[in-house]
Design a protein around this ligand. Structure first.
Ligand code: SF4
Length: 251
């Protein structure tokens, strides 16, 4: 799926003009945190390889970010191997191919990960799919604790049970606080699409597709809104998005 060679000096401009949202998000997080976990390094690294970033440039790119966080020496020791590995220069010397949309969409990123498909994963809570699931879960715990307290045979056991309930109460507050930003994940998606210049009717259409779980259709609509051009084949691969974007921008 190789397109052509890209130069390291053009990478920021290409990211903002032609990367699909999944890769933009990883790219921005890498620039912001100077680090990505394994899943993110694989997803973005293989994509960059396929858009034409040469191995030497890839090493320079990742090193320039990671060395700000972990130091150049640790980067050389712990991270450069896997980049060379992705390019088929280490281990079994397999020339790995970039991930297609269906693989990215069905991945299961956890807290602190930035890989995955934003149309799907910005809307999901990692542990619970819906706010109501969290509430049911907490009610279930409270109910069980209350039953336990009522049926305690001694005052000491009842006291223990009440302490237990207080602990669960504190835990609940932590869960609700931590899940707040995840519950507002549609807001995150709106903001990310807004940064790409998508708004108004197009944004509403995209969010409708996301709500009905048609993530690739949502991505296709984003492509069309950003490029003011149609994409009849639909988006099924991040590198296809990149290539179609470059072709559209160059005509
Ligand atoms: Fe990336 Fe595919 Fe999701 Fe678009 S639909 S953001 S290209 S994984």
């Amino acid at each position: 799926k190789e397109f052509s060679e890209i130069s390291l000096k053009d990478i920021d401009q290409l990211a903002s003009s032609s990367f699909p949202l999944c890769m933009r998000h990883l790219f921005d997080k890498l620039r912001e945190n100077h680090h990505l976990k394994h899943g993110g390094r694989m997803q973005l690294g293989l994509f960059l390889k396929a858009v034409g970033l040469k191995l030497e440039d890839a090493l320079a790119f990742w090193k320039s970010e990671f060395s700000q966080k972990v130091g150049a020496e640790r980067f050389d020791k712990e991270y450069s191997y896997s980049i060379r590995h992705n390019y088929g220069k280490e281990g079994k010397r397999t020339d790995y191919t970039p991930y297609a949309c269906h693989k990215i969409i069905s991945s299961t990123p956890s807290v602190g990960d930035h890989h995955g498909c934003p149309y799907r994963h910005f809307r999901l809570v990692d542990l619970f799919n819906q706010k109501s699931d969290v509430l049911y879960f907490l009610v279930f715990i409270y109910y069980n604790s209350a039953m336990h307290t009522i049926h305690c045979e001694s005052i000491r056991a009842a006291q223990k049970s009440i302490v237990h309930m207080l602990q669960i109460f504190c835990f609940s507050i932590i869960v609700v606080c931590n899940c707040h930003s995840l519950f507002n994940s549609e807001e995150n998606l709106r903001a990310a699409l807004g940064k790409m210049g998508v708004g108004g009717r197009s944004l509403d259409d995209i969010l409708d597709k996301v709500r009905s779980r048609h993530y690739q259709v949502a991505c296709t609509l984003t492509f069309e809104a950003v490029h003011a051009a149609s994409c009849d084949s639909g988006i099924n691969h991040p590198n296809q998005y990149f290539e179609a974007s470059q072709k559209t921008l160059q005509t």
